[in-house]
Write a protein that binds this ligand. Structure first.
Ligand code: SAM
Length: 434
């Protein structure tokens, strides 16, 4: 993709050209991304550099230097973990918990750029917020996002916190790394290449840091203090079991997000007479101490969209349908059937089309060899690449490089755009019928 940044017909000169380049680079929301790049860039040269970085697969947020979450803009930089939209669930729950106390002491552990503490600090009057992380890089942006006077503590786990906070924390929130090690290969490419693995992966079951939090939090929590941890819904049962073994908690439970995937595990220490503003909810009887409110079956449309977005962004990865299905906890057969019902083609066919689209762009806009492009877009065999290319476009990749460019040069842009979309009516059934 390196030659995309060179001047000439491929520069991001006009809005339409920018959208087209982003779309061809696999950006699902190319129009919106183009607008954000235009707003963030101070001049055409910077816009060009930003577009090239995005084409090379960097997070949009790293490129523009901000992330929007819950209606607030936060600073984020290259190499930082980019706060995910799913964390809005923890932010809103955290704000609600914090508002139940006067001048609550709030800590975001494993804070990255501190989205949760920053939003609580901005929206809960009187909140005294602290944030900690073992990586000093995101802490630079955390400081910018947090209100003046917030405590920022570099260091590992809860050991990073100053001892003065022991027994005083009203609300401890965390999005620790929680990806199980075996799922690393299934992560989107931008995460694998542009976020530290230590920000994402936490041991075999992804719960290493969650267990640390559950066992260590009581030392820091005030009476009636609440711990809220974000994780995947499949991790909630073992996390709740671990919480149930910590005698210091009076109550443990979970709250499910509407996305069907994100869950917050909530644990609370007992309220004592000394607590200044106890939680009004009744402390449950011991038999109710561990309660789970897990969601019903995940709505599979959300999962299908996720698979489609993953293919759009990571079509060069060596996916097969079973891997795609596993990444959203569906069976291969179910994914293939439902994907076809919703989008009119199999996931395999959709993946092939995206790869060929990308190859078309590289053939037209770079001088990389056909073999190099074949590998770059995710084919392992030149023969398969050429056959599929010809099936879809009626010409070989080399012929397309010459003739495609000529044809497009003489066409009005709106028609040329249509021609650059592969036609699928001659597509052969993929092996295995996926
Ligand atoms: C999934 S990110 C979440 C960041 C932030 N809370 C958010 O939602 O954007 C996890 C963060 O935990 C930090 N981290 C990983 N292991 C840690 C450890 N042992 N102690 C402290 N921080 C750790 C990483 O540096 C990373 O910033």
């Amino acid at each position: 993709m390196g030659t995309f940044g060179t001047p000439g017909p491929t520069t991001a000169g006009s809005h339409d050209a920018l959208v087209e380049r982003l779309r061809r680079a696999g950006c699902v929301f190319a129009e919106q991304e183009a607008e954000l790049l235009e707003q963030a860039a101070s001049d055409p040269q910077e816009r060009e550099r930003m577009c090239a970085r995005r084409e090379a697969g960097e997070f949009l947020e790293h490129v523009i230097g901000t992330v929007d979450i819950c209606g607030e803009k936060l600073a984020v930089g290259p190499g930082d973990f980019v706060p995910r939209q799913r964390t809005a669930l923890l932010i809103e729950a955290g704000i609600a918990e914090a508002r139940r106390r006067r001048r609550p002491v709030v800590v975001e552990a494993y804070c990255g750029v501190a989205p949760v503490a920053a939003l609580i600090g901005r929206r809960v009057s009187g909140a005294r917020v602290h944030a900690s992380d073992c990586d000093p890089r995101p802490l630079v942006h955390a400081r910018a996002n947090l209100p003046p006077g917030a405590g920022v503590h570099p260091g590992s786990g809860l050991d990073a916190l100053p001892t003065a906070l022991e027994g005083t924390v009203d609300l401890l929130v965390a999005v620790p790394p929680y990806v199980p090690a075996r799922q690393w290969d299934l992560m989107p490419r931008e995460a694998r290449e542009h976020e530290p693995i230590s920000a994402l992966v936490a041991g075999r079951d992804g719960l290493e840091q969650v267990r640390h939090l559950l066992t260590e939090a009581p030392r820091w929590l005030a009476p009636g203090g609440v711990l809220l941890i974000e994780m995947h819904r499949d991790q909630a049962p073992p996390a709740l079991a671990a919480a149930g073994r910590v005698r210091a908690y009076a109550e443990c439970g979970s709250v499910a997000g509407e996305d069907g995937e994100t869950v917050l595990v909530r644990a609370r220490t007992p309220v004592s007479a000394a607590a200044s503003a106890p939680i009004p909810a009744a402390v449950p009887a011991p038999s109710d101490a561990v309660r789970s409110v897990l969601p019903g079956p995940a709505p599979d449309l959300v999962l299908l969209r996720r698979v489609r977005d993953r293919i759009d962004r990571d079509h060069a990865q060596p996916w097969d349908v079973e891997m795609l299905a596993r990444s959203v906890h569906l069976s291969g057969g179910h994914l293939s059937r439902r994907f076809r019902e919703e989008y009119g083609e199999s996931p395999y066919s959709y993946l092939m089309t995206r790869r060929i689209e990308r190859a078309m762009a590289l053939l037209r806009h770079t001088d990389r060899s056909v073999t190099d492009i074949c590998t770059a877009v995710g084919f392992s065999s030149l023969g398969t690449f050429s056959t599929r290319f010809k099936e879809l476009l009626g010409v070989s990749p080399s012929a397309y490089r010459v003739r495609g460019a000529e044809v497009l040069d003489s066409m009005p842009p709106c028609i040329a755009r249509r021609v650059t979309r592969p036609i699928r009516n001659r597509e052969a059934a993929p092996p295995g019928g996926v």
